[in-house]
Design a binder for this molecule. Structure first.
Ligand code: GLA
Length: 673
């Protein structure tokens, strides 16, 4: 047995070991409660507290009048108790005096109506007045606390683009035009790239170009795509402005909380991630999805991709129910620990919650917290203490990185392009297709890196390319080169169809991947949602078919019924030294898993976890000569897993079959490593 390792310095989080943290909104409570809060935070082992996220109306109650008294008290209180601070710049929501004096900062919807204040994030990302006012506040906050020893991290704004990513006001229109001018140089180039000959849209002058405001019919998809890109860049520009102000007064790391989660797709985080000092994500289980736990694993793997494989921070999650879904489910016993350690298994070095104390007022008064309304004699509080103890025992895991042999390509730009207004089938949604491919891998026990289409691919035995509808020439060439050199790839339908401008790649689908896949498709043949067709392998398929011919590929499965009977639905092509699979339909989950199983077998992928319904997750983190095996049992029956080493959760020495009780987690520091 090796001796216990030293804590690693490789973790980018501002606290040694694994961090437990939370958002804290002391402005909602009286100072007597603050004392109690900090005592309980210490009891719960809280290391890092995010404050001043929505502080603006307190800090600047009237224009240019700043009052730091209560924030000073909170900062010093936390500092006295040795709790580090993740300090918000306070700009997330403008105070009422600002929106009253300057209603022009309020965002405008696509139909030209303004959004009133009364909620949060009521500001236009292109508003110069908002920016000037917000940056003035950041300057004051940074001047005040930039060198404070308790401040460990800067938290810029909050979930940028959650509500206000797309603003269609005149100010935004101007900014959009400036962005387009920079991108295209001349109006002729814009006309060409947007295909404005269609429907008489040719522009003679920049001033004629608009954001994609609500029109009578479908709009120009290239314009909409560029508006997505512009909106993401505009907020990134805003982020950079806050960073520049912070940097005048502080050398502390700076970040902002991303929203890598289902349903929010406003920002191209591949462009954002290189700009933050530490990748931080907010994640909540979404019970509107079929399999929220699988989506959690996917989001964590994608967040790790944004962090280029390095450890990252879970900036927000919930101890139990949220308050913004139609049905806000409470977590079952043990679920908090499993959810949190799934993030850790997949690369998080910090687990933080929204929020510390459950609000008594406001729109989030029914949102769970570390400290519930009912106080400490509660299951949630006990679950928090249990998590805290587990994180302490796992401190040495911090800084290690996750092992994966499969890469899955993910693209926000392709997401935007896939879901254009006019498309072959409204039932094809990007995230759904991506999740299906991911779930098949997860159910086969495979750990997957979710990476950008521009990522280095040669470290993977298999690369999965789900629904990469928009692909650039360079990205397509890199995928081809990877396979030519011996890589294995699995591409799913509707990939490779359009170029960077959303222009169809001609001469047969799937344009960018035709040679690689050894097929050519003359027509898409979508199926109605209720239709299912059989393949000659016995598999069942739905939603999508293609009038496809193989050129160099071998058919793996053909339709035996439906509109393209006899046509291949699954193919495999030898390309250079590698292999390229094509799925030209949506296979039912079991059939999809059969194909993926064969693809990983041929590629030599060695799954860590058992094959099943995804209720058992096994992931390995590694650092130099140490490795940690996370075995998470979401199921209702005990399982056994073969391992040797020390179980850091129980402290037991284990060798051979390790029992993981139903609903529990084991983390084994492996002996052999
Ligand atoms: C987001 C926000 C928080 C809070 C939570 C609730 O993550 O950043 O302020 O509203 O959602 O789930």
């Amino acid at each position: 047995m090796t001796s216990p390792p030293q804590r690693t310095a490789a973790s980018p989080t501002p606290v040694v070991g694994l961090t437990l943290g939370c958002d804290y909104n002391p402005e909602q409570w009286s100072p007597t409660i603050w004392e109690q809060d900090v005592r309980l935070m210490r009891q719960a082992g809280v290391d890092l507290v995010a404050i001043n996220i929505f502080g603006w109306s307190h800090l600047e109650p009237r224009p240019d009048e700043f009052d730091f008294d209560s924030l000073d008290r909170v900062v010093n209180l936390l500092h006295r108790h040795g709790i580090r601070i993740n300090l918000g710049t306070g700009t997330a929501s403008p105070p009422p005096w600002l929106t009253t004096r300057h209603p022009e900062i309020l965002p405008m919807a696509a139909d030209g109506t303004r959004r009133y204040p009364g909620g949060r994030q009521a500001w236009c990302p292109s508003s110069p007045i908002f920016r000037r006012r917000a940056l003035a506040l950041v300057d004051e906050v940074a001047r005040q606390y930039g060198a404070h020893p308790a401040v460990a991290l800067w938290h810029v704004s909050n979930e940028l683009g959650c509500h206000n990513a797309h603003c269609y006001c005149d100010e935004s229109a101007e900014a959009f035009r400036r962005w387009l001018q920079k991108r295209y140089g001349t109006i002729e180039t814009l006309n060409d790239r947007w295909g404005t000959t269609v429907w008489s849209q040719r522009y003679g002058d920049w001033s004629e170009v608009q954001p994609p405001r609500l029109a009578l019919s479908a709009g120009n998809p290239s314009q909409t795509l560029d508006f997505h890109r512009f909106s993401s860049d505009e907020l990134l520009d805003y982020y950079r402005d806050e960073v520049a102000v912070l940097r005048r007064h502080s050398t502390k790391p700076i970040t902002t909380n991303f929203m890598v989660t289902a349903h929010i797709r406003n920002l191209d985080y591949w462009r954002w991630a290189p700009e933050v000092d530490l990748v931080a994500n907010d994640h909540y289980l979404d019970h509107r999805l079929g399999e929220p736990t699988a989506e959690l694993a996917f989001a964590a793997d994608l967040t790790r991709g944004l962090a280029t494989g390095r450890p990252w921070m879970l900036m927000e999650s919930s101890t139990s129910a949220v308050s913004w879904q139609p049905h806000n489910l409470a977590k079952a016993p043990g679920e908090l620990l499993r959810n949190s350690l799934t993030h850790v298994a997949r690369g998080a070095d910090a687990v933080c919650f929204f929020q510390w104390r459950a609000s008594a007022q406001g729109p989030e008064k029914f949102h769970s917290a570390m400290l519930p309304h009912a106080g400490t004699d509660t299951a949630t509080w006990r679950e928090v203490l249990r998590l805290s103890a587990a994180l302490n025992r796992l401190d040495e895991v911090a800084g290690s990185t996750v092992e994966a042999e499969v890469g899955l390509l993910f693209s926000w730009q392709s997401w935007w392009a896939t879901e254009g207004e006019s498309r072959p089938s409204q039932s094809i949604t990007y995230l759904d297709q991506v999740h299906r491919a991911y779930r098949a891998l997860r159910e086969l026990g495979v750990t997957t890196d979710v990476v950008a289409p521009t990522a280095r691919l040669d470290r993977y035995r298999l690369v999965v390319v789900p629904c990469l509808h928009l692909v650039t020439d360079d990205e397509a060439a890199a995928i081809e080169a990877y396979v030519a050199a011996g890589g294995h790839v699995l591409v799913t339908f509707f990939s490779g169809i359009v170029d960077h401008d959303d222009r169809i790649r001609l001469d047969g689908y799937p344009g960018a991947f035709r040679d690689l896949l050894g097929v050519t498709v003359e027509e898409f043949v979508p199926l109605l949602p209720e239709v299912e067709v059989s393949l000659d392998t016995g598999a069942r398929a739905r939603l999508w078919a293609e009038r496809l011919r193989v050129t160099t590929a071998d058919p793996v499965a053909r339709y035996v019924e439906g509109p393209v009977t006899g046509v291949p639905a699954v193919t495999r092509n030898s390309f250079g030294a590698g292999t390229a699979w094509y799925l030209a339909t949506e296979l039912r989950a079991d059939a999809l898993r059969d194909v993926v199983r064969e693809a990983i077998r041929m590629a030599g992928v060695r799954p860590l976890g058992p094959e099943g319904d995804g209720s058992v997750e096994v992931v390995r983190r590694r650092a130099d000569r140490r490795s940690y095996l996370f075995v998470i049992n979401h199921g209702t029956a005990d399982i056994q897993y073969t391992a040797a080493g020390i179980d850091l959760v129980t402290g037991d020495v284990v060798r051979g079959l390790v029992r993981v009780p139903a609903g529990d987690v084991r983390v084994i520091r492996e002996e052999s490593a």
